[in-house]
Design a binder for this molecule. Structure first.
Ligand SMILES: NC(=O)c1ccc[n+]([C@@H]2O[C@H](COP(=O)([O-])OP(=O)(O)OC[C@H]3O[C@@H](n4cnc5c(N)ncnc54)[C@H](OP(=O)(O)O)[C@@H]3O)[C@@H](O)[C@H]2O)c1
Ligand SMILES: [Zn+2]
Length: 348
């Protein structure tokens, strides 16, 4: 089968169509005919090569998928052929101490579709049956593919890890891209008073339309810590959702209120930061990491999505033939929401 991926690690110029054998579902797994796939920053990291993560070449990109179940592996009982589904891209073994405690996102063998396995930008993907949920009938295939990874990540980070409570202030660092538009909606739905700190007025305006009550544009003269300090009238912010890393996390910590929490889900602009520990202990603040979500958290955020309290945000939809351009779009500074690739048959 054809897939959009790469034959060798490198930059965007390595992205090409590749051939892989059609996957066969094993026990407890289902095969899905892909109707839409969606990308994340992760795809750029996988393309470049992630230290310590061996990748089988050629490799197919994409962690999010929606499509139609077409073949069942042995023992599958909950899903039938023809079911229209979306895929939770986080996979766990179900047997380690963390899985047994319901902490699947900490699984010792945790894998992400498209990172530790072949990805979704192809004709068929195979995942455990427990990783599929019904596609809400009112959604397009593109919406179904745009939702899972970013919403589960932001849900766990804000609700479980940062323990965001109603009426607390919450800053989302970065207005656009894939995950921030999900984080803004979740922070709002949990009752937070959301402030977005972006890098362009145009994207901040779009973030305001998703439910943020304030939008600030960071510059070198007015960096995010000063903006948030002023906005909070020198009180600081209760929860800060940060994924940029080096340029922002130290400043996020400085912008915390007493008892505040910075939750870091990524380090896209660099992994090293300098932390003034005095700020942490004096304000009794915390810096926490978060990745993907437990099974129950995925179900909780899926319920909110089905109810319509949260909505997938699509930056752009690309036909199968435009696949290479779709991956290039990920590097545009204008991206707001998810970049989605339609499946080979073009239905949406
Ligand atoms: N741990 C997990 O489970 C998990 C899940 C999803 C994503 N992630 C990670 O989270 C990060 C973001 O993912 P994504 O897919 O949303 O990436 P993306 O589409 O490339 O978006 C990048 C985001 O970072 C912001 N940003 C970049 N540089 C910044 C800076 N100097 N100051 C402030 N904001 C800055 C951008 O803000 P503007 O739009 O305002 O420019 C945008 O919101 C990546 O590192 C990704 O790997 C982790
Ligand atoms: Zn496990």
């Amino acid at each position: 089968m054809k897939g959009l991926g790469f034959l060798a690690h490198g930059g965007l110029d390595q992205v090409s169509w590749v051939d892989r054998p059609e996957p066969v579902p094993g026990p407890g797994e289902v095969r899905i005919r892909v109707r839409a796939a969606a990308f994340n920053r992760l795809d750029r990291f996988v393309l470049a090569g992630i230290p310590g993560v061996p990748i089988e070449l050629p490799h197919i990109l994409g962690s999010d998928a929606a499509g139609v179940v077409d073949v069942l592996g042995p023992g599958v009982s909950e899903v039938a052929p023809g079911a229209e589904v979306l895929v939770n891209p986080g996979m766990w073994d179900g047997t380690c101490e963390y899985c047994l405690a319901g902490q699947e996102s900490l699984c010792r063998n945790y894998r992400i579709l498209g990172e530790h396995t072949q990805g979704s930008a192809t004709e068929f993907v195979v995942v455990p049956e427990r990783n599929v949920r019904a596609k809400p009938p009112v959604w397009s295939w593109a919406q179904a593919a745009a939702a899972p990874l970013v919403f589960e990540t932001a849900w766990r980070a804000l609700k479980t890890v940062a323990q965001l409570r109603a009426r607390e202030t919450v800053a989302v660092i970065g207005a656009g891209g894939a995950v921030a538009p999900a984080a803004i909606q979740i922070a709002r739905s949990l009752g937070g008073r959301v402030v977005v700190v972006g890098r362009s007025q145009a994207k901040v305006d779009r973030a305001l339309a998703l439910g943020a009550e304030a939008g600030l544009v960071a510059t070198s003269e007015k960096p995010l810590d000063r903006l948030l300090w002023d906005w909070s009238q020198k009180r600081g912010v209760d929860v800060i959702f940060d994924s940029a890393g080096s340029p922002t996390v130290g400043r996020s910590i400085r912008a915390l209120a007493r008892g505040g929490r910075v939750v870091v889900i990524g380090a896209s602009e660099g992994p090293q930061v300098e932390v003034d520990l005095r700020t942490l202990f004096w304000r009794q603040a915390s810096l926490r990491g978060s990745t993907m979500a437990n099974r129950s958290e995925f179900d909780d955020v899926y319920t909110e999505l089905v109810r319509g309290t949260l909505q997938p945000v699509i930056d752009s939809e690309w036909s199968w033939a435009q696949g290479i351009d779709a991956v290039h779009r990920l590097t545009s500074p204008e991206v707001f929401g998810k970049v989605v690739l339609k499946g080979p048959d073009g239905r949406s």
